[in-house]
Design a protein. Sequence first.
Length: 89
Amino acid sequence: MSTTMAHDAESKRKIVNRLRRAQGQLAAVIEAVENDAHCRDSVQQLSAVSKALDRAGFLMISTALQECLADPSGDADVAELEKLFLSLA
């Protein structure tokens, strides 16, 4: 897209919360690896990080799609949104 995506305040809050959660979970994974924690525990935590990041990405794209539907005359690049969506799949 040629312009910055403008997220409504609630979507922005949700995205930031998910990213902060992922950041905390990633710090826990790093600590677990450094402390020689059991592999199973580290992998489970890493899976949680991955899911949190995916959900943040899907929410970003969902918000952009909603903006496209609300203003179909805008300059949104539907092909680019589709490519972004598929990059998370």
